[in-house]
Ligand binder design. Structure first.
Ligand code: ATP
Ligand code: MG
Length: 573
């Protein structure tokens, strides 16, 4: 491909609206262009990357027996009414009417469509298991579309759905997809972790998010340094440090200490000259069963999702000020577990087991209490794992220690069970001739988000550094002076040879200053650059440079294509 024909509108300046590197570099490298909030043109270079991600996805899914189909973007409301999601889905679902006034939505996902398809076409257990996928445009009216392809409103997703006759089969389907996803992201050249996404009753084993590790990720992930346990910090289980429930060391005196105007952890610790870990935070929470108190150590944060799970209730949230004042008997900021105005259930995070003398709120304006001992001065009703995981926490599965990284969710796999087959009444006949609901799983990958995540992980100050498997072109042939007939001839030869060897090649034959071309080459991030200039040519050599390396090496013109082709093949798994 000739550069001047490829429509690569690179930008010299950083676009103001781009907050993250991948968004900035995709715009600057001429891969995408904004049409409206969260809606983009995919320009030729961007499309080539997306096609490469899709190709890897197809190859790996086909290899585990998935079958591709294509369902419509526009979906009838009736199907969503049958599953109950027409009401539940909320404003992310873009609803439209046709000229007859019939309601439709633009599909944000396709469980309803596929369930309707299978219910009309699969009748017998003999046709199972089935795993069907599509790579199709999705629409979600995201409240905050941002970061370019990372969180768009219109975006491409691979979605797959498995249908099995029983739980065991569904688990096998799930594990096969788990393995396929590992291979897909490995082949994309990404550093990632499969993270347990749910510790709920279905069990974390059957919902995983695939996270690309990157500083700009929107999720915090705790992962063990010794085993493969990893989970969102909001959900990660934390191993117990020991089993001592109560402290038995030196017995301090309980003391009321005036703390005028000091409400926050920072204020109180600074004022009393103690460490945050010596404080107990008292959080008054509201639940469907009324208010309760949750206690966490001053240096920890309460994980609301864990509390909800521990209490086994529909929802929990921070109580409003009136409730806080009513329960504690003091203005907000001074609640504590001793002598509360109203007696409510007290649950404590496991880190409070065995905790030494602590400072708590005094349930009185401008007052705290120090020297508090759990067991002696008050007793929580229960201890649970209630806090957001932090670096240094104990792994729940082994003796290891967890560290915390940021991640971008590029894929999600989920065991659905019979949620859709039951609500939409999709059933088959088992070996005994009895009607059974299909056991389903669903599996998504954000195609554009994967490409963006690759850039988050692979770039420098000058531009993108594509991993070979996703690079829009694998090799760039750059003519120092394209008008020089000898240089043009050598470049065309390289282009031809590379193409014949199956290498995707872009030939920069533009009549531009070399400085401009080198800048663009770094920005586009094509992994191999062959530079052809007259001095080298006179000696029969060209310059070969890897995008991530500083130095080039001289190689004979007649070996350059072969060398590049070999190196490309080695990096494409
Ligand atoms: P998120 O928490 O990021 O909103 P989600 O849980 O809504 O993601 P799923 O419904 O599991 O996402 O969708 C499957 C995959 O589709 C995600 O793992 C992600 O890679 C991709 N995806 C989801 N929403 C978007 C979006 N707005 N733009 C681009 N890709 C998306
Ligand atoms: Mg979402």
């Amino acid at each position: 491909m000739r550069y001047s024909k490829a429509l690569i509108p690179t930008l010299k300046e950083d676009p103001a609206e781009a907050e993250v590197i991948s968004h900035r570099l995709m715009l600057r490298a001429g891969m995408i262009r904004k049409v409206a909030a969260g809606i983009y043109d995919l320009l030729p270079l961007g499309l080539r990357v997306v096609r490469k991600v899709e190709k890897i996805i197809r190859e790996e899914l086909d290899a585990v027996g998935c079958i591709e189909l294509l369902m419509p973007i526009v979906q009838p409301a009736e199907l969503w009414q049958q599953s109950g999601r027409w009401e539940q889905y909320g404003p992310e679902l873009l609803r439209v009417r046709d000229r007859h006034g019939r309601e439709f939505c633009l599909g944000p996902t396709a469980e309803e469509l596929i369930t309707e398809l299978i219910r009309g076409t699969v009748r017998s257990y003999r046709q199972l298991p089935l795993n069907l996928y599509q790579i199709q445009t999705k629409f979600r009216d995201e409240i905050r579309p941002r970061f370019g392809l990372m969180r768009g409103r219109e975006f491409s997703m691979k979605d797959a759905y498995s249908f099995d006759a029983d739980e065991h089969g569904a688990e096998q389907s799930y594990l096969r997809m788990h393995q396929a996803y590992n291979r897909i992201f490995e082949r994309c050249g990404l550093k990632f972790r499969a993270v347990e996404a749910d510790t709920g009753t279905i069990g974390g084993r059957f919902s995983h998010e695939f996270m690309v590790l990157a500083r700009t990720g929107e999720d915090d992930i705790a992962s063990c340094g010794s085993c493969d346990y990893a989970a969102n910090t909001e959900k990660a289980e934390i191993g117990l440090e020991g089993d001592t429930v109560h402290y038995s060391g030196e017995q301090p005196q309980l003391k009321r200490v005036p703390t005028p105007g000091q409400r926050t952890i920072e204020e109180v610790t600074a004022f009393l000259e103690v460490e945050p870990r010596q404080l107990i935070k008292t959080l008054i929470m509201q639940t469907p069963d009324g208010p309760l108190v949750a206690l966490v150590r001053g240096d920890h944060d309460l994980a609301a999702a864990k509390l909800k799970l521990a209490l086994d209730c529909e929802w929990v949230e921070l109580a409003d000020n009136a409730t806080i004042e009513q329960v504690s008997g003091a203005p907000v900021g001074f609640a504590g577990p001793l002598n509360m105005a109203t007696k409510v259930r007290i649950v404590a995070d496991n880190a409070l087991r065995g905790m030494g003398p602590a400072v708590v709120g005094g349930n009185e304006q401008d007052m705290h209490v120090s020297g508090v001992l759990i067991g002696r001065d008050f007793e929580p009703d229960d201890f649970f794992d209630l806090r957001v995981a932090q670096a240094g926490d104990r792994c729940p599965r082994c003796e290891g220690t967890m560290s915390v990284m940021r991640g971008i969710e590029v894929g999600h796999i989920f065991k659905l069970g019979d949620k859709y087959s039951r609500s939409m009444n999709a059933a088959f006949l088992d070996a005994e001739g009895a009607e059974q609901h299909f056991v389903m799983g669903c599996y998504g990958i954000g195609v554009g988000r994967t490409a963006a995540a690759a850039i988050e992980q692979n770039h420098d100050d000058n531009g993108i550094i594509w991993p070979v498997p996703l690079a829009p072109y694998e090799a760039l042939v750059l003519a120092i002076k394209a008008k020089d007939p000898a240089i043009a001839e050598a470049c065309e030869r390289l282009e031809r040879e590379l193409e014949q060897l199956g290498v995707d090649v872009l030939y920069d034959e533009r009549d531009e200053r070399p400085g401009v071309k080198f800048k663009d080459a770094d920005l586009l991030g094509i992994p191999f650059r062959i530079t052809v200039g007259s001095k080298g040519l006179a000696r029969g050599v060209v310059e070969l440079k890897r995008r991530h390396e500083k130095e080039f090496t001289e190689v004979p013109l007649d070996q350059a294509a072969q060398l590049v082709a070999q190196a490309v093949a080695e990096e494409k798994l």
